[in-house]
Design a protein around this ligand. Structure first.
Ligand code: PXG
Length: 444
């Protein structure tokens, strides 16, 4: 390559980049300067195919004019409105639209600005709910190993990614326990869709966590229906049903973190719908407005809301919220994005493409370095053999190599994740997997 990637004309020193190898990036920056459809354009003028919908957040593809126009219209009409003690139409419209896409009974929406805030908000709602019901001792929060619920203190504490926790481990939330994760290469390798093995892992909630803490002390269980960030871990058949059943029997709220799975990624509005398992609360972000303006939120069962709100003394019922909760631009973008998803039937489209996508993913079986492949909806995780003694190094190199070959590829440790925009054509998806194949052949 005769490009000079460090020569960007920008001063790169002042931005401390999130979840980034800052030194490596600044020595060889990968700058994106444009985006349209399923492609980015890099600073050196190359087309980069977007194999992760940005960061799982652009279902309808980039530069959708309908969303831009809605944002511009909203800006001209009402650019900002304080969300505390005043309201504005777009936030109410967005909440109604979102509620209409949720499983029956989940219809009260609290807005945040990110998935991390959505996760923490859902945990606070769970505590407030039990307190309002007269069970204030229900304070234990249960997450799962290999879970990701963002990076704020609540989500980090219930999350199960050691690297995200270790620098802060001395001061995580104290009242937390974790379920085991649901992945077993021994029993599940190369499963297509939901693995047959593993439903019993849900029983740990009853046999260990409830047995240890007593159900009467447990507020909520939070899980991603399909774990995204830790490598597309698909729930074993029957697992979510069992978790639901145990939570119901013991009065524990079940929260699905659908920040990744919501809005079409799994071929339905929610994973709850796709799996036919209804939690008590769903967190969302990312795809809610096609990633165009930061936004997230929590949808809860009506009676969870009513218990907190209706049973409160006059005045503010829930002491929580953000300056930008339900921001006009974010919610206007959400209404426009949800219109687009409906008009283009994108959730159904994901479902239609799923089979072909899965075939292409699983066709990588047998390539050198590949140890397992999982896929569900339009999401696939491909485990590479770690380089001995340096876990994650090979994954990182794979991402760099893919970028050189014209593809944005996300890796988590040594797992590659592919999650194309739902508008991607078959040819785009084929190109993504062909590029992965080239990466596998090229990697040292
Ligand atoms: N919950 C889940 C399930 C997520 O996937 C968050 C919460 C946090 O959202 P915010 O908006 O605070 O980032 C997420 C975020 C990856 C990747 O590469 C995944 C996420 C973010 C960045 C990268 O898999 N998910």
């Amino acid at each position: 390559m005769d490009r000079h990637p460090a020569d960007t004309g920008l001063d790169l020193r002042h931005q401390w980049m999130p979840f980034t190898a800052n030194r490596s990036f600044k020595a060889a920056p990968r700058l994106l300067v444009g985006a349209k459809g399923v492609f980015y354009r890099s600073a050196d003028g190359r087309e980069i195919i977007d194999s992760l919908s940005g960061l799982w957040c652009v279902p309808a593809g980039h530069a959708r004019q309908e969303i831009k126009q809605a944002i511009v219209r909203q800006f001209d009409e009402l650019d900002f409105a304080p969300p505390f003690q005043t309201g504005h139409p777009a936030a109410f419209e967005a909440a109604s639209r979102i509620a209409s896409l949720m499983p029956a009974g989940l219809n009260r929406v609290f807005f945040t600005n990110s998935g991390s805030e959505a996760a923490d908000t859902s945990l606070k709602i769970a505590l407030a709910y039990h307190r309002a019901r007269g069970e204030p001792q229900r304070t234990l929060l249960v997450g799962r190993m290999r879970g990701y619920h963002g990076v704020n203190f609540g989500g980090m504490s219930v999350g199960g990614m050691p690297a995200n926790r270790k620098a802060f481990a001395a001061n995580l939330l104290p009242r937390v326990d974790h379920l085991p994760h649901t992945y077993s290469r021994e029993h599940q390798a190369y499963s297509r869709g939901q693995p047959d093995w593993g439903a019993h892992l849900a029983d740990y909630l009853e046999t260990n966590i409830i047995a240890l803490h007593d159900a009467s002390n447990i507020a909520a269980v939070i899980v991603e229906p399909v774990a995204g960030s830790t490598g597309v871990l698909v729930p074993p058949k029957g697992y979510l049903e069992r978790l639901r059943d145990i939570c119901t029997r013991h009065g524990i709220l079940l929260i699905f973190d659908e920040v990744i799975t919501g809005f079409g990624r799994v071929g339905a509005a929610t994973a709850a719908e796709r799996f036919g398992v209804t939690p008590d609360a769903i967190t969302f972000a990312k795809g809610v407005n096609n990633g165009m303006v930061p936004m997230g939120g929590v949808v809860v069962r009506q009676d969870v809301h009513d218990t907190i709100v209706n049973d409160s003394p006059p005045g503010i019922e829930f002491f929580h919220g953000y300056t930008y909760s339900g921001h006009p631009l974010a919610t206007a973008a959400a209404c426009a994005a949800l219109d687009l998803y409906e008009k283009e039937a994108l959730f159904a489209r994901a479902r239609e493409l799923e089979g072909h996508f899965q075939d292409l993913a699983h066709a990588l079986k047998g390539e050198r370095l590949v140890q397992d492949i999982r896929s569900f909806g339009l999401a696939a995780g491909i485990d590479l053999e770690p380089r001995p003694g340096v876990p994650g190094a090979r994954g990182f190199e794979a991402a760099l190599c893919a970028f050189e070959l014209g593809m944005w590829l996300r890796t988590s440790g040594d797992t590659l994740a592919i999650a194309p925009p739902l508008v991607a054509e078959r040819a785009h998806i084929e190109r993504m997997f062909e590029t992965v194949r080239k990466v596998l052949k090229t990697l040292p």
